[in-house]
Design a protein around this ligand. Sequence first.
Ligand SMILES: Cc1cc2nc3c(=O)[nH]c(=O)nc-3n(C[C@H](O)[C@H](O)[C@H](O)COP(=O)(O)OP(=O)(O)OC[C@H]3O[C@@H](n4cnc5c(N)ncnc54)[C@H](O)[C@@H]3O)c2cc1C
Length: 373
Amino acid sequence: MNLSYWEYKTWLFNVDFTVIGSGIVGLNCALHLKEKYPHSKVLVLERGTLPQGASTKNAGFACFGSISEILDDLDKHSEEEIVALVQKRWEGIQLLRQLLGDDAIGFQNHGGHELFLKDNKALYEGCLDGMDKLNRLLKPIFGEEPFLKTKNLFGFEGIFDDYVTHQFEGQLDTGKLMDSLLQKALRQGIHILNAVEVVGFSDSGGSVAVETSSFSFKSKKVFVATNGFAAKLLKKETILPARAQVLVTKPIKNLKIKGTFHLDEGYYYFRNIDDRILLGGGRNLDFKTEETTEFGQTELIQNKLEELLRVVILPDEKFEVDGRWSGIMGVGNQKSPIIKPISNNVYCGVRLGGMGVALGSLIGKELADLIDS
Ligand SMILES: Cc1cc2nc3c(=O)[nH]c(=O)nc-3n(C[C@H](O)[C@H](O)[C@H](O)COP(=O)(O)OP(=O)(O)OC[C@H]3O[C@@H](n4cnc5c(N)ncnc54)[C@H](O)[C@@H]3O)c2cc1C
């Protein structure tokens, strides 16, 4: 593309910081850079017309780990690692709420409930057995014991009578959150260019040459926040894409269900939003097909989601599905994100798994702070 003198001078000359990806991590990183260095030129490059990864596609759970998720994590990671990660998720959501305000992100705290299917008694009993231990471990973070047993208030079918509730889990409006972040970034004078895909960069030691699908330019520092797509630019890191499929119902009259819900070890999740139910999950039905950076839905998973609505979630209601979509997460062999320098002037903050709503703002800040370390 032949850029005009004005285009080059205004957007691409003397760029101090380039952030690749305008998801929750990239935008928080850009905001922190601008706050620390108010006179700097900060540029965010996003390949989608809207952010096109996970941050505008997710379920909006402000979650810190359901009981079965944390017990499973403890089998694979040390206690210290897991407590530190929960702490970060908790700090991350506070940071986000302070930055944008609860109204602006539609934050509500109705609790997060884990439901246990009757055909998985072992999981149910294992979680009840582990509850005291987890409460002891996590009380210092939340100030109170986070997990408690509550009754099946909403008439779900085929589950045990008790939920295990995380009383501090909340929910937010994903669209409002991302819009607020984008608006704030623009107000701070951050340049955001959409429909620009970064195809490569090379760090000469003094600055970074950035090549995009449309033009090339130089930036003093580059921050990679491309999460599920990161393997394309960060060849040495282990980041696998993980597609997650979702559906939303049409409005349901007098819908009583309120809160966030985890089912079947967190492989399914649903919540209320605007008198509707948003339901996602089912990657475990076909991990291989869902390990992709291609957006899309499969019959296998969408049928299972509808079956859960019919049989477990809304057994006595007539409902219609209004929309379906998918998003791409970044996962790997370790649960925690990768936040580190890649070369002298290139840094990355990626691999947020299904935790980015609560965790993303803190990871964005930590990514921005890497230039001082
Ligand atoms: C369906 C679904 C439900 C989820 N539910 C929850 C939930 O309830 N709670 C929770 O905590 N987490 C949830 N998550 C996970 C959460 O959404 C992510 O952890 C979080 O959004 C990650 O943010 P990010 O900024 O790291 O990545 P992303 O939001 O994926 O942002 C990366 C951006 O980089 C852009 N990009 C990629 N490559 C390039 C390139 N080469 N050049 C320019 N731009 C590029 C992409 O277009 C994208 O916009 C869910 C995810 C999905 C998909």
